[in-house]
Design a protein around this ligand. Structure first.
Ligand SMILES: [Fe+2]
Length: 345
């Protein structure tokens, strides 16, 4: 069996492959490692048959949709998952065959209603149902401590004690555990009375995960994160540096249209000399009138460098093939003591 564990902070994802046929599956991929998975798959000469999310993640950004598309592999989730991009839905008991590997599905709800675990040979992928020395929390959407009790004591802990446990998270750098070690030492599993377990889970008082709303929004809808949106816009345009623009301004001939897309009050308070004003909110409405020549080089400027990136990418989409953005924004320009013009340009 080919096995890769990819660690990203506290998140763990896995590539599992069949030696003989080179078929593979990716489990719980995260956005940060998109290129990494593609590289590992290529290096190992694998054909990915499935991309699996063990559940709807509330704490990290799943890459399953993009990876599934890029690798022409269906995204596997439980039948109850809200994700519209999950195009291969399973229920407990279903077996996925990946070459000679048989991956058996267990429905293990509790952390979420759609939580799955997967068993093959000597190991189990437990998602966030069973963690090393812990369990998934049950206080986020669709969490249910009663269901978690049943999934743990009625399903996962009944696996042979030597079964290796590979969870979706570990915050202490541990790679895996065993069912036996968890039964013996996991503090949450010492509460084997149902009512006591449920009471404990209901009184953990955990802080909400960072990025909770964005993770749920994107993982449930297949939509983009703000970071992805910006990364895509950045890749669609080129930039010039503040030093380059400063030198051009000093020379008296910038050789391009400087387009300041901030709100009016910010523009009036101080802008790059020679810049014209067209707020981002009116860009598409005024573009035909204000920017009649699509062949001109247009340098878009904003306060921090993010909105200008999005605006320049929009201009490129509209056919302004020379639209670029300033690498940085007016905040940095002011802090560097570079020249400002005030009032209307
Ligand atoms: Fe989770």
């Amino acid at each position: 069996m080919i096995f890769e564990q990819i660690v990203d902070g506290g998140c763990q994802s896995y590539i599992l492959g069949c030696e003989a046929t080179r078929s593979a599956v990716i489990i719980d991929p995260s956005q940060h490692h998109l290129d990494h998975y593609m590289g590992l798959v290529t290096r190992q000469g694998l054909r990915v048959r499935y991309v699996i999310d063990t559940h709807t993640h509330a704490d990290h950004f799943s890459a399953s949709r993009e990876l599934g598309r890029a690798l022409h592999a269906p995204v596997v989730m439980h039948r109850l998952s809200p994700a519209p991009h999950a195009d291969f839905r399973v229920v407990g008991g279903d077996i996925l065959r990946i070459g000679d590997i048989r991956l058996r599905t267990l429905h293990t709800p509790g952390h979420t209603r759609d939580s799955l675990s997967f068993v093959t040979e000597d190991r189990v992928f437990t998602g966030d149902t069973l963690l090393i020395g812990g369990t998934g929390r049950t206080d986020l959407p669709t969490g249910d401590p009663e269901a978690l009790y049943d999934s743990l004591f009625g399903v996962l802990l009944k696996l042979p004690s030597e079964t290796l446990v590979f969870p979706a998270h570990d915050y202490k750098g541990r790679s895996h555990s065993t069912i036996g070690a968890e039964i013996a030492g996991n503090p949450r599993l010492q509460m084997s009375d149902r009512a006591a377990f449920v009471d404990m889970m209901q009184h953990l008082n955990l802080a909400a995960p960072t990025h909770l709303t964005e993770a749920l929004r994107t993982n449930m809808s297949g939509g983009k994160t703000v970071e992805q949106l910006l990364a895509n816009a950045s890749a669609a345009i080129s930039f010039i540096s503040m030093a380059d623009l400063a030198a051009r301004v000093a020379s008296g001939d910038v050789g391009m249209i400087l387009l300041d897309v901030r709100e009016k009050d910010l523009f009036l308070a101080g802008h790059v000399p020679g810049a014209i004003h067209l707020p981002r909110g009116q860009l598409e409405l005024r573009v035909n009138k204000d920017l009649p020549d699509p062949t001109r080089r247009i340098l878009v400027i904003c306060e921090f460098g993010y909105i200008s990136t999005l605006a320049a990418a929009t201009l490129r989409e509209l056919g302004f093939t020379q639209a670029i953005a300033l690498d940085g924004g007016m905040k940095g320009w002011r802090e560097a003591g570079l020249p400002l013009a005030v009032g209307s340009s």
